[in-house]
Every structure is written in C-alpha cells, then in structure tokens.
Design a protein around this ligand. Structure first.
Ligand code: SF4
Ligand code: SF4
Length: 314
C-alpha cells in the first residue's frame, strides 16, 4: 500500500536522522553520483567485511548459491542458514549462518577471499552502496535512491578509482539480482510500508516456502491441484517451469505477489474459489464445534475436580 505525502516526508526525516548517527553517509545519491572505491585481494582490510554481519538471503541468492554448491535446497538451508524475519515485518526468511569462531565469520570466507565470489549474495554485491525505495501515494513505481556505507575498517574508500553508482552496480551485477528478485522485493516493500500487519500463518508459510525452498514449491505446484486452480496457465508455461529452474523461480515470485497482495495476472477459477470457501467454512465450523465441546466438558466438571486442577496448576 502506498503512503501519503505527509507520511512520506515524516519517513524521510526519520531516515535522515538515522543516517546521521550511523556508518551511513548522510547523503542521498542518485545513479549518476560518483564515489571513490576499490576492493581487491591485497588491500589491508581484505575480507574484514565478511564477519560479524547479517546477510539476508533473497530467493535468487539461494538459487545461485545452492546451484554453485551442487546441493538440494533442503541441504543448503540446513547447512548454511538460520531462520529470521525481515526487519520491520513478520516475513520469515533465512540468513547466512555464521561460523562459530571468534570473528563470527561468513561460512564462505577464507584468507584468500570469498569461495563463492561469482555467486555471492546481493547484500555483498551492494556493499558499500545501499539502495532505499520509497513509494508515494500517487506513484506506481518506487522512488529509489542510494546511500553510502563508510565503515572505519573499510579502506576501499581511500582508493582513487572512481565510479558512478550505476557503473559500480553494473560491475557487481546488482541490477541482475534486483531484476530477478523484483516481485519478491515488491512484496517485502509492501509489507514494510504496511508495518507489522497481521499476516495469516498460511501466508507466512507460503512466503517462507517461496522465498527459500524452490524444491518444495515445485512439489506444491506439480503434486497438488495448484495448476487446476488457476485460469489460463498455458501448457507452454507449465512445460517451461517443469524443465527450467530459473523459470520456476520467476513464476514462484510472481505467484507470491499475487497470493499475498492480489497483484498480477493470475486468476483463480470460480470452482477453486468455491472449494476454498467451503474448506474455510468447514474449518470454522470445526473450530466452533471444538470450542463448544470444551465448554460443555468444563460445565460438566464437579467443583472438586475444578479445585484439584487449579491446585495442580499452581
Ligand atoms: S558471501 Fe563472500 S563476499 Fe559475502 S560475506 Fe561471505 S565471503 Fe564475504
Ligand atoms: S572492508 Fe571494504 S575494501 Fe576491505 S575487503 Fe571489505 S569491501 Fe573490500
């Protein structure tokens, strides 16, 4: 949901005040702004930024990393991640599990550098540039700007190589990652704009599944009545998502956006909608029946039984 002008300005003030108290340089940068920066093996601070950090993993990060490591989604999640939620939202995701050493190092860092460098997560690609997106109520697309993170230990800022933000992002392949995660980012942004709204447990479970485990989503699509529930999922699309994991990932994120916020081209068939409604009604009736049963049982208890239970509870 978009925010109004007043709320937008209030948030901007809040962001600016946070920036002045942190390692973030309090200046909004555009794509054309320039910065000095260079990071290379041999620089005095090499790999200092790869410990004691929190790295949220996006769906495309997980896809790239698990492919790189040649493991299943399940094994990747168990070995390299821990569950967390995205700041300011109840949305469950996974973050990289740091090593249990003194520095709390990233599992992929070695003295020679990052062992998964060409498949490193987008957070590592953005650094030292962060992107912020804010939506105004009258704009469809977000207004994005960039911020520079300048930590004391990072010597890259003293190097003479200069880049525009766009050049830096192209060099780091950040745009590709943003493009792949676009629908997912829209869901996250919307959830952040809404604040700590109550999502149903089912929505949160679906979000977690789609965000972290494409094998599970594949199973959900092909081994349930998923494909019968929607109109116009072309056979060619079904073939593509069956045979191409990246296509399945893109499809899953589009579907996530639809299922959480009703955005996109999916259309639930009337029969499926009816079936879902019947299931919901049946579940509500069953809940009411159980509640009634518990109330009846409580009424049927003798006073001494109630006293005994109260004593045991003390
Ligand atoms: S994934 Fe690579 S670049 Fe990112 S923190 Fe770990 S070692 Fe560093
Ligand atoms: S601290 Fe900065 S310059 Fe040093 S390795 Fe990390 S990003 Fe590169």
């Amino acid at each position: 949901m978009a925010i109004d002008e007043k709320e937008f300005n209030r948030k901007m003030k809040e962001v600016k005040s946070k920036l002045t108290q942190s390692v973030i340089v309090p200046q909004q940068l555009s794509r054309k702004d320039r910065m000095n920066f260079r990071c290379y093996p041999g620089i005095g601070c090499f790999t200092k930024c790869c410990s004691g950090i929190r790295i949220n993993l996006t769906p495309y990060d997980i896809y790239r990393l698990k492919k790189r490591l040649g493991v299943s989604y399940h094994d990747f999640l168990m070995e390299y991640t821990v569950p967390r939620s995205i700041d300011g939202t109840p949305l469950p995701i996974v973050v990289l599990k740091l090593k249990d050493d003194k520095e709390k190092s990233c599992p992929f860092v070695t003295p020679a550098g990052c062992t998964v460098y060409s498949d490193r997560p987008v957070t590592c690609r953005y650094y030292p540039i962060g992107m912020a997106i804010m939506k105004k109520h009258d704009k469809k697309s977000g207004q994005d700007f960039f911020i520079k993170i300048k930590e004391e230990h990072c010597l890259g800022h003293s190097e003479s190589k200069d880049w525009s933000i766009d050049e830096w992002r192209a060099d780091q392949e950040s745009d590709l990652y943003d493009e792949m995660n676009e629908d997912w980012m829209e869901v996250v942004l919307k959830a952040k704009t809404l604040g700590m709204v109550e999502f149903g447990q089912k929505s949160l479970d679906l979000f977690f599944m789609v965000s972290s485990n494409l094998d599970m989503f594949r199973d959900f699509v092909f081994n349930s009545n998923f494909l019968d529930a929607y109109e116009k999922i072309e056979p060619a699309v079904v073939e593509k998502i069956k045979s191409d994991e990246l296509e399945l990932l893109k499809f899953s994120l589009k579907w996530l956006r639809f299922t959480m916020f009703g955005e996109g081209d999916f259309k639930v068939k009337d029969e499926a909608r009816q079936r879902a409604k019947e299931r919901q009604n049946a579940a509500a009736l069953e809940k009411a029946r159980q509640k009634e049963e518990r109330a009846q049982k409580a009424l049927a208890k003798k006073p001494e039984e109630v006293m005994k239970e109260a004593d045991e509870g003390d």
